[in-house]
Design a protein around this ligand. Structure first.
Ligand code: APR
Ligand code: PHB
Length: 391
């Protein structure tokens, strides 16, 4: 099999890249190890920066997002049983975010891709990227029990944090930066209208909690739990009781309960692989970087990488110049590190480390007081949350 761009992974990065390349008349083949139902069900945050909304629209993938996405003009920060709203448009000169689940973005992009007859192979596991630093890179993969080779001009490694493509960068060339946090997130989906019309980020002595949503009828809620927690240790009753305690306010706010339809634990980590390119292999999205989920930047970074890479490949096709491809890694990494900084700040602002000292607790509360009372500090958070424009 032969193509111009071999794309490994059909998450948001790979799917959007495939769409953008098709629009630019560049052929691509997408290899995805999981089946379609799995990709379309995977629960991930869907907080879209304006740049992400614009990119999906420009790719011709924004129709349902425009109908069903919800504009959010703020978030609530909750601590000491008090509620504080961060008003995005007021602090940033009009910016906001759109809530549209990542599962729906993937469904929309898959449908468009298959409608266009684009080759997207589900159940196709990339085994290795070979010859990345030669003129003819190849992806070895297994599909329907047979091994095959995809010969490409370029390979896009969009296979997430646990994919194989990052491994094709020799250890002496790549450098990784990593930070672990001593906690994870227990997330649930519940069939109950969200108890608040905006997201609530709560800092509590017992740990962080987050109220989010997937639709007007479905809530998404998270609890900070110790690293290594098994979701089975948490019964529905235990989860709701803990959420109620962490969200409790002095003004009698109540949390609506409903049937839990999904429950899982996600890890919290910061990770960056530099550079995001090796020869003709380009890493995009979680394959190159992971942010802690506080602030929901992962999807936005994946979209930014896909847009930057598609633009660079189209530029090379039109002009013969590899200048944008050469700049790809540095261009993406500037945004990545801003997102790492913000996500790390949000995480330490709101979570309680298991060994936190009384001094650290007081400092954390002072930081929260500052963010919610100073226009300058509030603006810093609001600007980063709503996102910086793509370069
Ligand atoms: N061969 C083929 N496909 C693979 C392989 C492989 N060896 N390994 C992984 N994949 C697939 C996964 O099954 C997944 O569908 O690559 C895809 C990677 O998708 P994501 O993990 O969604 O990564 P990305 O597209 O970069 O999107 C990042 O996902 O984790 C969230 O918060 C993050 O929102 C962000 C988004
Ligand atoms: C989510 O809805 O899953 C979500 C929202 C905001 C975050 C993280 C996750 O910061």
């Amino acid at each position: 099999m032969r193509t111009t761009v071999g794309i490994i992974g059909a998450g948001p990065a790979g799917l959007l890249l495939a769409r953008l390349l098709r629009n630019a008349g560049i052929d691509a083949v997408v290899l995805e190890v999981r089946d379609r139902a799995h990709v379309e069900r995977r629960q991930r945050a869907g907080i879209l920066e304006q740049g992400t909304v614009d990119a999906l629209r420009a790719a011709g993938a924004g129709a349902r997002m425009d109908r069903e996405g919800l504009r959010h003009d703020g978030i609530e920060l909750r601590f000491d049983r008090r509620r504080h709203r961060v008003d995005f448009p007021a602090l940033t000169g009009g910016r906001s975010v759109t809530v549209y689940p990542q599962t729906e973005i993937c469904k929309d992009l898959i449908a468009l891709h298959l409608e266009g007859g684009g080759p997207l192979l589900f159940g196709a596991e990339a085994l290795a990227v070979e010859g990345a630093d030669t003129g003819r890179p190849r992806v070895r993969f297994r599909h329907e029990g047979r091994e095959d080779v995809l010969e490409c001009a370029y390979v896009a490694g969009c296979d997430g944090f646990r994919g194989v493509s990052r491994g094709a960068v020799p250890a002496g060339i790549g450098r990784t930066f990593e930070q672990r946090y001593p906690f994870g997130w227990l997330g649930i989906l519940a069939e109950v209208p969200p108890s608040h019309d905006e997201l609530v980020y709560a800092r509590h002595d017992r740990g962080f909690a987050l109220l989010s949503m997937r639709s007007p009828a479905v809530s998404r809620l998270y609890l900070q739990v110790p690293e290594g927690t098994d979701a089975r240790e948490w019964s529905e009753e235990r989860i709701w009781r803990e959420l109620e305690r962490r969200f409790e306010t002095a003004d009698g706010w109540t949390l609506r309960r409903g049937p839990v339809t999904q429950k899982s634990v996600t890890s919290v980590r910061s990770y960056v692989h530099e550079p995001m390119r090796h020869g003709r292999l380009f890493l995009a999205g979680d394959a190159a970087h992971v942010v802690p989920p506080t602030g929901a930047k992962g999807l936005n970074l994946a979209v930014g990488d896909a847009v930057t890479l598609a633009r660079a490949l189209a530029h090379e096709r039109e002009t013969g110049s590899a200048a944008l491809l050469d700049a790809y890694s540095a261009t993406c990494l500037r945004r990545v590190w801003q997102a790492e900084r913000f996500s790390c700040d949000m995480t330490t602002l709101l979570h309680r480390a298991p060994d936190a000292t009384a001094f650290e607790d007081r400092l954390q509360l002072a930081r929260l007081e500052r963010v919610t009372s100073s226009r300058a500090a509030g603006t810093d958070l609001a600007e980063a949350y709503t996102g910086f424009p793509l370069e």
